[in-house]
Design a protein around this ligand. Structure first.
Ligand code: ADQ
Length: 739
């Protein structure tokens, strides 16, 4: 296992005692989960130790012994970076609660500066084989800050909170910097597919980036986006729940009272957790169903949290008042409906409550995952109990057997509690068993190892036959080595982006004299056969190249020029009746998107948006693609998204239609060299035999073995090839295959 450098806002330690400080590991679920990674990889953990200013020598020595690296923060840093920006701005934004963001306090500069302190600390310890794993919203700029100074570092980022819809995230004035910060990573992980989708859409909308399912291309690198739902230490919760002391504590909670049913809530005291509405639901239930008086009891545990952030102070007061109101309204001398504990509780006490609780209420307004829900499930060793879970917690994507509620709907939550009270024991057990199975299987260790495995995969060294970027001269030596008799060569050449640079309007990309000259000399060079395989229309190719003795394949191989000069379709019976409808739809889009154009071809229609503002164009392209996929779901077509183009073409057409017969007709020893720059060329590369020399032009993911940097390099390569063939045929007998 490689050494893992964990980076999080807080180090997992508590420092106690001023005169002779002592350090103890924190007990939280996440801290324990990551500690295993820290221990097994013999790695470092970098973060703030919780004190203001640099730790003293004694603390430093203890931290070093635990392989913990402190980032020193002043009181002002903590107030500005942590309390004001991270918790005052980012936290409410990421949880869709924008009205909690104070209009005045922003402290972006401090956030930026402190992120740089963290990145510097990583860079000071980074060794070549290390893996860096950065955690959470306080450190979103760190991946890019590391990448800038260590371009080959292996960096993962995991976000523990939700990633909101693009409409919400894009209100952040520093949205571009934040997104670019994350894109410094090789893997960006979220709890759910929903958050991943939001992030991908935000990249498209804000940065105008192309995102292919789970990959974003950025700066010539591929950034993998993944969903890694976090779990809990299920085994440990189960063991504690079976422990006699814990069980005794749990039964003690019912003793001496008339309570038949305990309803439990456990949260940090945070306005995202939905505590007031949950209490209002209890209030409503007790008001509507007085037969429950004296028989049910709610225990609400709230861990004090972020007490220095103004929004939390007011909130604390609000919850206190609500509890008081409910208790005075419904309580009696012998029965208190809501027990409110505003403090942290020990692990044992917490599990005892999980064991005692018949109903667990987890009703956050938004929550990245919510570990409490999973801890409750893990602790239910008798397979009984009902989990009521907010549909806006990440956990709801996994825990479908819970009773799901809309936490904003007070009456709905009250109804769900009533339903849980009435649920048959069979149904409770059936649901809880399914939940427990899942929570046990996908525990916190599974989470950590699957994230690290994804980071490993994302960085996998290319297989030995993938060579990577080469110069024109190096490619020439692969195709036709100097000093030996040249083997015959068949060239399959894409046009736009390969032979000519992309321009804003396709009709402007006409072949220039230099290109004509090089194609002419290739066509007449001994032992070289040339075919242009383009997505263009046949009349474009005919107009430009009709006089050249080369193969011409238009519309990704749908039509090809035959030896008699006529054009023939590869799929003669293709249904083309959808074309006018699609063209009309695209023209409607064009009317609303200035700079975009529709290109009609024989068997396809394309909507180009190269001339459109990137963010706007990408959003419209996505809309168009979604719209077309729905409208055309039964038509025999494919909807494709290319480089600034959305194209609909007849199903079954691809450049493989050209590549396959060319490969089949090759003589032994003949070299096939295919060059292309976008996803339509990947079809061609894949259809060729492994010995073919496949070349991707420019950046982007590819299955090609070689890469040339630019159109310029392609032209240089072609010119060198002509020269070498002309020179070597003078001294060697050319083994040209009959054609
Ligand atoms: P949190 O917002 O802190 O975490 P949560 O996932 O519920 O929320 O974790 C809380 C942890 O604190 C649990 O392990 C729980 O046992 C513990 N805890 C709660 N009340 C306690 C008490 N009174 N005493 C002691 N311990 C208590 C953030 C995100 C979540 C995400 C996690 C992990 O907001 O959505 O699930 O990170 O990624």
């Amino acid at each position: 296992m490689r050494r893992v450098l964990l980076v999080s806002n807080r180090l997992p330690v508590t420092i106690t005692g001023d005169a002779s400080p002592s350090l103890t590991w924190s007990a939280g679920g996440l801290a324990t989960g990551l500690r295993r990674v820290h221990a097994n990889s013999n790695g470092l953990w970098i973060g703030w130790a919780g004190q203001h200013g640099p730790p003293d020598a004694d603390v430093n020595a203890q931290l070093a012994a635990m392989r913990l690296v402190p980032v020193s923060l002043t009181r002002e840093d903590v107030e500005a970076y942590y309390e004001s920006f991270s918790n005052g701005v980012l936290w409410p934004l990421l949880h869709y609660l924008m009205d909690r963001i104070p209009a005045s306090a922003h402290d972006w500069d401090s956030y930026h500066r402190v992120n740089q302190l963290f990145a510097d600390a990583v860079l000071a310890h980074l060794q070549p084989d290390d893996v860096v794993w950065v955690h959470d919203y306080q450190l979103m700029l760190v991946p890019e800050m590391i990448r800038r100074r260590a371009p080959h570092a292996r960096i993962g980022f995991f976000l523990h909170v939700p990633f909101p819809a693009p409409e919400v995230f894009s209100t952040l004035p520093w949205r571009d910097e934040m997104l670019l910060g994350l894109l410094g990573a090789d893997v960006v992980g979220f709890h759910t597919l929903g958050y991943l989708r939001n992030f991908a859409q935000t990249l498209q909308k804000v940065l105008g980036m192309e995102v292919d399912m789970d990959r974003a291309l950025h700066g010539g690198r591929s950034v993998h986006l993944g969903a890694f739902p976090i779990g809990v230490e299920a085994e440990e919760f189960e063991a504690l729940a079976r422990h006699p002391d814990v069980r005794a504590r749990a039964s003690g909670m019912l003793e001496g009272s008339s309570t038949e049913c305990i309803i439990l809530g456990v949260d940090r005291l945070d306005y995202t957790k939905g505590i007031p509405r949950r209490l209002m639901a209890i209030d409503r239930l007790l008001e509507r169903n007085t037969s429950l008086h004296g028989r049910v009891r709610m225990i609400q545990v709230a861990v004090p949290s972020r007490e220095k952030v103004p929004a939390y102070e007011d909130f604390h007061r609000q919850v206190n008042e609500l509890v008081g109101r409910i208790n005075s309204r419904h309580g009696t001398a012998s029965w208190v409906p809501v027990h409110y504990l505003y403090r942290s509780v020990s692990r044992e006490e917490l599990v005892a409550m999980y064991v005692a609780a018949d109903i667990m209420l987890v009703t956050p307004l938004r929550d990245g995952m919510n570990l409490v829900a999973k801890e409750y499930v893990a602790s239910r060793t008798n397979d009984d109990g009902v989990l009521i879970l907010s549909e806006f917690a990440g956990a709801a994507e996994e825990l479908g057997e819970a009773v799901l509620v809309n936490p904003y709907d007070v009456a709905g939550v009250a109804g769900a509690i009533q339903r849980a009270l009435d649920m048959s024991s069979d149904e409770r057990v059936r649901r809880m068993r399914a939940l427990r199975d899942r929570v046990r299987r996908f525990d916190i260790h599974h989470w950590a190892s699957s994230f690290l495995a994804a980071l490993d995969d994302a960085l996998e060294v290319p297989s030995p036959d993938v060579v990577g970027t080469v110069s024109a001269a190096q490619l020439l030596d692969v195709v036709t080595p100097a000093g030996v008799a040249p083997a015959p060569v068949t060239l399959l050449l894409d046009y736009d982006g390969t032979l000519v640079p992309h321009v804003s309007r396709p009709e402007l990309a006409t072949p220039d004299p230099e290109l004509r000259a090089v194609l002419q000399s290739l066509a007449s060079a001994p032992g070289i056969r040339v075919a242009v395989v383009s997505g263009r229309r046949s009349d474009d190719l005919a107009r430009w190249f009709s006089e050249l003795p080369i193969g011409l394949h238009a519309e990704h191989g749908f039509t090809s020029r035959a030896t008699d000069g006529t054009w023939q379709a590869a799929l003669a019976s293709a249904d083309l009746t959808w074309i006018p409808r699609v063209a009309t739809m695209m023209e409607e889009f064009t009317a609303r998107v200035p700079g975009s154009i529709v290109e009609r071809k024989g068997a396809s229609v394309a909507w180009h948006w190269r001339g459109v503002d990137p963010g706007f164009g990408a959003t419209r392209a996505r809309e168009l693609q979604q719209h077309l996929s729905v409208v055309l779901s039964n038509a025999p077509v494919q909807v494709l998204r290319g480089d600034r183009v959305v194209e609909v073409r007849v199903h079954g057409v691809s450049k493989a239609l050209v590549a396959r017969p060319v490969a089949a007709a090759c003589a032994p020893g003949e070299r096939i060299v295919a060059l292309g720059n976008d996803f339509t060329d990947e079809d061609m590369f894949k259809a060729l035999p492994p010995e073919a020399i496949t070349v991707r032009v420019g950046p982007g993911e590819t299955c090609a073995r070689y890469r040339l940097a630019s159109v310029r390099e392609v032209r240089r390569f072609l010119a060198l090839l002509v020269r070498r063939h002309a020179a070597t045929t003078a001294t060697h007998e050319l083994e040209v295959a009959p054609r």
